[in-house]
Design a protein around this ligand. Sequence first.
Ligand SMILES: Cc1cc2nc3c(=O)[nH]c(=O)nc-3n(C[C@H](O)[C@H](O)[C@H](O)COP(=O)(O)OP(=O)(O)OC[C@H]3O[C@@H](n4cnc5c(N)ncnc54)[C@H](O)[C@@H]3O)c2cc1C
Length: 402
Amino acid sequence: MTEAVVIIGGGQAGGQTALSLRQNGFEGSVTIIGDEPYVPYERPPLSKSFLAGDATEERMFMRPAAFYAEKHIVFLQKTTVTRVDRAARRVHLENGDSVPYTKLVFATGGRVRKMNCPGADLPGVHYLRNIDDVLGFRDRLTPGTKLVIVGGGYIGLEVAAVAVKRGCKVTVLEMLPLVLNRVVHPEMSHFYTEVHRAAGVDIRTSTAVTAFEGSGKVAHVVCGDQVTEADVVIVGIGIVPNVELASAAGLATDNGIVIDDCMRTADPAIFAAGDCTNHPNDVIGGRLRLESVPNALAQGKAAAQAIMGNPQPLHEVPWFWSDQYDLKLQMTGLSRSDDQIVIRGSMAERKFSACYLRGGVFVACQAVNMAKDFLQSKKLIAEKVRPDPARLADLAIALKDL
Ligand SMILES: Cc1cc2nc3c(=O)[nH]c(=O)nc-3n(C[C@H](O)[C@H](O)[C@H](O)COP(=O)(O)OP(=O)(O)OC[C@H]3O[C@@H](n4cnc5c(N)ncnc54)[C@H](O)[C@@H]3O)c2cc1C
């Protein structure tokens, strides 16, 4: 029987799976079903160059729209999958149609976590996950606009950096005592807080939003007895993985669709890739769910190989980046706020690496305008090196020589 691969989700993981299938010579049919009105695109510019107005939609596309037809990849846009029938090997669509498969890939990603306090549905309260979200508020980020950002994670801070540059009056409200609290050492958190404050952003920590108020549109953000005026609100409080379809089809989920290191679920006909997966990673030690482009692409490639009968275990050092102002932050490994931190370089000169040791083992690096350290740190993490902290702090010694 001719193979028919159906990919649910047209993000970078879904797009890469289709691409890799064709690059590896897969001759069966490939269908991507995605609910957005765009071919697979890169999301990182949404809070960076696209938000700033420096990139077009087309520049974010992984491949031009015509590419899919050229490669005989069927792309069903604006189409939502509502049910997977594993017994009949069919996916059912919202429009009543159904599509048969011999192999199925969940690349369903995640959706924004929503606020559920009073006023959360008021016009002017926005979220940021896709192109249309940005088009919904970008033009409103004009000089003097009072922008309140809920959530001091990477996306919130990137939006703050762009908006303050556009002349907005920006306030960031973070519920926890520190921005980037989950993922970085307090010293890094303080560094980013000071950078934003120096740029004119009002960062308020330990401040939880209790309500949005306004008649007809948002006008105030309420945090207990503190009220902040707002013309526009952008909420960035994380995502929830889209696992419901898989779970309703009887597949195991646990903060992500449970897969092995070759992207396989317990059903030999079904695979998963990207933000929606809970996968093992020997480098980190244990199972995890990652929200990053490198992971979505690597898992898409690995899913294609597994589908073609050539499964390759994937255990990579996670990496990620964030652009704020002139700071290019590149991160490897997964740090915790209680890790030991060793700084190489100068925070004052905005050129340094924060290296993280856990029980003496090099587990993560956050390189700010230090591309070489970023590249070289991956090997140290993979090899679980135990560097001498004094040598680690010495910029004269390259990371690769530790
Ligand atoms: C603003 C922003 C900035 C980011 N910046 C960075 C960065 O700097 N570096 C980095 O590494 N990562 C960054 N990320 C994260 C990165 O973009 C994601 O990790 C990556 O997009 C995940 O790709 P994915 O294909 O797994 O999921 P997604 O991109 O979420 O794609 C999944 C797609 O499936 C669709 N879908 C879901 N369910 C269905 C269904 N039932 N039927 C049809 N379609 C469905 C969704 O609508 C979506 O289009 C950023 C993300 C955002 C939002």
